[in-house]
Design a protein around this ligand. Structure first.
Ligand SMILES: CC(C)(COP(=O)(O)OP(=O)(O)OC[C@H]1O[C@@H](n2cnc3c(N)ncnc32)[C@H](O)[C@@H]1OP(=O)(O)O)[C@@H](O)C(=O)NCCC(=O)NCCS
Length: 239
């Protein structure tokens, strides 16, 4: 009797072990597939070639052309201009946060090899806004992460910000990313209104207010995201 019990327990344990192993294997396969998508997106020579009609914005008295620059090839002038705009727009908001303003870290962040910059230029070819984004893994998900969206004051509230974020969403769709993500300071009321009320971004499951809801005062930022509809591949269409 005792040996039968022991036998059953051993069988059960072995089945559980097999299930766990199978689950681990499935997770590894999923992770590898996600990484393949991120690598393919990063290998694109010019992501804007996927959304050519959106290379021009001509509305509300604003005529702007939009190009994508991959960081190692981006000119020093463009990087310096972007950092200077970032400082003008965000320095005081950073200073109000626990992060503080660290110019050197910002330069390192924006000159990383994985950086993609959308640069919007007016008719005189002067830059008026930029978006810093990356295709990356976030935990186990393939995502398009928007690190920055910054416009000069004169071109705001003319729909350009919304247009640039829509470009990111289309790029995420075309490259089969799972979601578009971004980080926003809670005290940046305008940006929160822009993303949450206007663009319908929601608090991401990885945001501190979800994983640590009892201590909201410990965090001065929120992680927002929008899920991206799955693109139908040729195989899926013919099913
Ligand atoms: C946030 C930002 C990118 C928005 O770009 P924008 O071109 O001005 O925004 P849009 O014209 O596309 O606005 C679309 C809608 O978003 C909302 N919105 C935009 N800016 C807003 C603001 N300052 N206050 C409240 N709502 C705002 C409005 O509903 C607006 O529609 P409306 O103008 O018809 O009312 C831009 O204001 C900016 O560069 N701000 C400084 C930098 C910054 O905070 N970046 C975000 C960091 S996370």
């Amino acid at each position: 009797m005792r040996s039968r019990k022991l036998f059953l327990r051993t069988v059960k344990r072995s089945l559980k072990g097999k299930e766990k192993k199978q689950k681990r294997k499935e997770e590894q396969v999923k992770l590898a597939a996600s990484q393949v998508l991120v690598d393919a997106a990063n290998a694109l020579e010019d992501p804007m070639s996927l959304v050519v009609p959106f290379k021009k914005y001509d509305r509300n008295g604003l005529t702007v052309s939009i190009d994508c620059h991959k960081m190692p090839e981006c000119t020093r002038d463009t990087v310096d201009w972007a950092l200077s705009l970032l400082s003008t727009n965000m320095k005081s908001l950073y200073k109000q946060s626990s992060w503080g303003w660290k110019e050197r870290e910002k330069r390192e962040e924006i000159t990383d090899d994985r950086v993609l910059l959308l640069v919007a230029r007016g008719e005189d070819q002067n830059p008026v806004g930029f978006v810093h984004f990356r295709f990356d893994m976030d935990f186990d998900d393939e995502v398009l992460y928007c690190y920055e969206i910054q416009l000069v004051e004169e071109v705001r509230r003319k729909g350009l910000g919304k247009f640039l974020i829509q470009i990111l969403e289309m790029l995420a769709y075309q490259t089969q990313m799972k979601k578009v993500m971004l980080t926003v300071f809670k005290h940046n009321k305008e940006a929160n209104s822009f993303f949450v009320n206007q663009l319908k971004y929601e608090i991401d499951e990885t945001s501190p207010s979800i994983y640590d809801p009892m201590n909201p005062e410990d965090y001065d930022y929120e992680i927002l995201s929008k899920p991206i509809k799955k693109k139908k591949t040729i195989a899926a269409k013919s099913e």
